[in-house]
Design a protein around this ligand. Structure first.
Ligand code: GLC
Length: 620
């Protein structure tokens, strides 16, 4: 994106540039002068943030205020839009097709957007650029991709979670990206939900502990640290508690659970759903994303009782609320203006339009002019957004540190990812096949997830839905086994044409998915059929399940000697070899109940045991 000259014409008065402008990454140094009539006291870091907000807000035009409440998708921007719309934020969201490439490619885009905001607008308010770095920044080629949250729930290691948050922030901020739409704080009630893997656990205490730990890592000790990234507690509230079949959303396929309806159950709210948010806010989360779903039939994006009375009144939240992707629109699909009025008045401060920046701005102006949204509400929303921007010190540090790019995919971060994979493995069955014996001479690795980075990573990687294939660099399960087995063991991809193999590792996975497109009717795992031909060819069979949730494996159990739940491990596939060979003990415990069959979903009938209950996991 070439920098725009458009807004230069709109600038009143001459800005005396005291310092040189490094068009790449350092801030333009502006020497305040009376000539342009702007009081730049808001740039004075010695002043209290509330004072800086007052100075800035007090001289903002309505258009500039409305712009701060507007977030637009990167892929819909034309050169000059960031400046001409006065955008408060740009996102590269799930709906975008593919990532932008490596850290340098991302940095180039982010910095260009930021230069427009900082240098081509009257007040130079930096944008916050946001992405879904939900398992590391999967959209950035070469980034460290950690296990998805469900695997980290199995690990249940808060200090590790903090290290993952810090490593994620380190790699994001290297590209100039300082806002992460994570962590998900849902407590899934029905594991058929396509976002089950984005949640830590069905145990709200684990969700609260790990969510808070992640936020502390992501946001550093202070949000003003240039490598700190703003966390987003999402999706407030009840996103994972919807009733099967209650969704009316259709995106290529009808959604079943995602974006559906959660019964307005006060006990569920107080005892299960709110504690993770309470912990997240205590950990310092300064943005919250509203959920698409409904609460008692009311779209949460339009629910003031939840977004204001509960989130602010009960939990004391002081940051800003961002909508989900066109989430406001869903309040009233037939009347956008009315939807926007309801959304802002309910408590959404910034709207992820995402392609309708100009339309949103027009609707907002109409509502304020007509009195359906008060000026006080606008000033309140903008003050919240500016407060966070000052807390993050983006005015002083709008651009990334060029030296930080070398930290992306660093050995330290990959080591953290390997530890996370090791700790997330859950041993469900072991009839003596594990650890793989030192006397082993031949190993065959079979199955659709044996040698596939895309299957290991899952959704939110190089694309929204994720995909099988070599989508990002990393170590596959096969790679890891080959490397660990060493030169004296023959490790083959697939069965050899004849003869018996000492150990067969069958890595079977779900085809990647995200959100409601992953809503399942049966939790089936079609790739299990690979087991059919193994019995007479293998000395022992180890089933490794690469999935975003518990799936139906009951009938496969008798025919295998060991079963490991590997979840969606990401780039450090070597962590699976570490546990299979016994170099690292199995410590993972099930974050969710694992059903025998679909009749035990969402919950097992009274008196029935699950195949494996939440908290289950063998150590040898
Ligand atoms: C989505 C998701 C949300 C994500 C946003 C931006 O549809 O619900 O979790 O942060 O879009 O990609």
């Amino acid at each position: 994106m070439k920098r725009s000259a458009i807004v230069a014409l709109a600038l009143t008065g001459a800005l005396l540039l005291a310092g040189c402008t490094d068009s790449s990454t350092t801030r333009t140094t502006i020497s305040p002068t009376a000539s342009d009539g702007i009081d730049r006291g808001y740039l004075d870091q010695s002043l209290p943030i509330a004072t800086r907000v007052d100075i800035l807000l007090g001289q903002m035009t309505q258009a500039e205020k409305f712009g701060q409440m507007t977030q637009v998708e990167e892929n819909s921007l034309k050169t000059g839009d960031v400046a001409s719309l006065g955008l408060g934020s740009v996102l590269h969201g799930g709906g975008s097709v593919g990532g932008k490439g490596d850290v340098d490619a991302w940095k180039s885009t982010v910095v260009e957007n930021q230069h427009e905001a900082v240098d081509d607008t009257r007040l130079g308010i930096p944008i916050l650029y946001g992405v879904d770095a939900v398992h590391g920044f999967g959209g950035m080629y070469g980034a460290t991709v950690f296990p998805q949250q469900i695997g980290l729930g199995a690990a249940n290691d808060a200090s590790l979670m903090t290290r993952i948050g810090k490593a994620t922030a380190q790699e994001m901020s290297a590209a100039g990206i300082r806002w992460d739409f994570a962590p998900v704080l849902a407590v899934p009630s029905d594991i058929r939900w396509g976002r089950t893997y984005e949640a830590y656990s069905q145990n709200p205490t684990i969700v609260a502990n790990l969510g808070a730990a992640y936020i502390r890592g992501l946001q550093s000790a202070s949000l003003s640290d240039p490598s700190a990234v703003l966390a987003t507690a999402k999706h407030f509230i009840g996103d994972g508690s919807t009733v099967y079949g209650s969704s009316t959303q259709v995106i290529d396929t009808p959604y079943l659970l995602d974006q559906g309806n959660t019964p307005a159950d006060a006990t569920l709210l107080s005892d299960t759903l709110l504690p993770p948010y309470k912990a997240a806010l205590e950990a310092g989360a300064q943005s919250v994303m509203a959920t698409y779903s409904s609460w008692g039939g009311q779209k949460v994006h339009g629910d003031a009782a939840l977004l204001t009375d509960t989130l602010r009144g009960k939990l004391g939240f002081t940051g800003f609320v961002v909508s989900d992707w066109a989430g406001c629109d869903q309040i009233n699909p037939s009347n956008y203006d009315d939807a926007i009025v309801q959304c802002i008045n309910a408590g959404v401060d910034m709207v992820m339009t995402p392609y309708d920046g100009a339309k949103f701005l027009s609707s907002l102006a109409k509502a304020v002019a007509g009195g359906t949204i008060s000026q006080q509400r606008i000033d309140q929303a903008v003050s919240r957004i500016l407060t966070v921007k000052f807390e993050m010190d983006v005015f002083a540090n709008p651009y990334p540190d060029p030296a930080a790019a070398s930290l992306v995919g660093s050995a330290d971060n990959r080591s953290i990812a390997r530890t996370a994979v090791q700790e997330s493995q859950v041993l469900l069955k072991n009839d003596g096949a594990l650890p793989i014996p030192a006397t082993t001479h031949t190993i065959a690795v079979v199955g659709n997830a044996a040698d596939d980075m895309g299957m290991q990573a899952g959704g939110w990687t190089q694309s929204w839905q994720g995909s099988a294939g070599t989508v990002i660099p990393g170590t596959t399960i096969l790679d890891g086994l080959k490397k660990r087995a060493g030169a004296n063991v023959t490790v083959t991809a697939g069965l050899p044409t004849s003869g018996k193999v000492d150990v067969c590792v069958a890595a079977v996975g779900e085809t990647p998915y995200a959100e409601g497109k992953g809503d399942s009717t049966d939790l089936a795992l079609p790739g299990l059929s690979v087991l059919d031909g193994l019995k007479d060819r293998c000395g022992s069979i180890v089933l490794v399940v690469v999935s975003g949730r518990p799936v139906i494996i009951t009938d496969a159990l008798p025919g295998v000697d060991a079963v490991v739940a590997a979840w969606l491990p990401g780039t450090a596939g070597e962590g699976i070899a570490d546990t299979l060979f016994g170099d690292v003990p199995f410590t993972g415990k099930l974050p969710d109940n694992w059903p025998k069959d679909i009749t035990q979903v969402p919950t097992a009938p009274a008196g029935q045991d699950y195949l494996f209950p939440m908290g289950y996991g063998l150590s040898d």
